[in-house]
Design a protein. Sequence first.
Length: 393
Amino acid sequence: MYEGRPAQSERFTPRTRPVVPPIHQSVTYFLDDEAYRDVQAGGLDEIWYGRFRNPTVDVAAEEVCRLEGADAAFMTSSGMGAIATTLLTLVGKGDRIVAANQVYGDTHDLLVRDLPSWGFDVARVDALDLDAWRSAIGDGRTRVAYVETLANPQLDLADLPAIAEIAHTAGAVLVVDNTFATPYSVQPLSLGADLVVHSATKFLNGHSDAIAGVVAGRSEQVREVQRRVITLGTCLDPHAAYLVWRGMQTFELRLSRSNATARQLAATLAARDDVVSVRHPSLPGYDRAEVAARVLRRDGEQIRAGAMVAFTVAGGDQRALTVMRKLETGCEATSLGGVETLVSAPFNSSHFSLTPAERRAARIDDGMIRVSCGVEPGELLVEDFLRALDSTG
Ligand SMILES: Cc1ncc(COP(=O)(O)O)c(C=O)c1O
């Protein structure tokens, strides 16, 4: 190490700056005495060590603030990193978390296996049953209500304003996983949520090439989560942060295309006799239509119904596997939110760890296929699904 080694940012002339944010791969930074004093006083503004903050990670977080309409955001190592760190920030031993039955499989595992074994009290409720939320939350010990906006995989839409009111009346905070719906369709903070978490691996990144998470909300609460990220070590790598930042530059473009495709696919599937049910908020028979009309953002008359579709084929899980494996444009793989259309069967992927009874409680049907619509031409994708269904009739 030689004295005066310049930091990357000092290499630009005073009159130029990069169009694209540099990837600040530096783990550590030179500090003057005043900065050391600020850090030691508990300040989080200085950039001094990568687990605390990093300029590239900050740039990605600022973009999430724009999309979610948040005051502050902090990136984490993964979506699970965001969820676990947020919950561990908000609750202490003996406190209660009330969470929806309809959540992502690993979130379910965290709620039913890990958190109770560490001394937290976790109650589960049907996301759609407001009376159940009220009676589970109203015991005076509840610190957190936890729900997915549009749930993975069955696309149950939570009544966020109502759940927020129930939580706030009992002195609890509402944490919302907005991964499936995305801020293109819903901004939970504007509907009463206190904190929003994401698997940024999905639609925010949009290219299936980085694992990341984020928590967004009001500055003080996000700062508390940031302090926990520091001690739990659930920070994001700057290179992954750059990929998420880059993905977010095309967020609206991608989501407008994939929302339109999802709408087209859902309508086509709903017209088939060999499809038992289709779940998508755009469909006339969607059982949460009243909530959708209140909480989903819209373009004129049309709600932004999201890029995910779930449908159940006649013939159960085995036929679901056969249908998926006949697809040529759609690709069978877990995960979602990329430019490519991904399909999966919850029973053997995102929700494999649930018992059959837990899957029933989460309203996951035998034969359900989850589709994450990509940006391919909609017609091409619809034809692909029709061909696959026809050939497995
Ligand atoms: C709704 C939802 N939340 C959280 C996660 C976890 O995200 P990650 O894989 O980035 O940890 C996922 C992953 O599929 C998810 O679908």
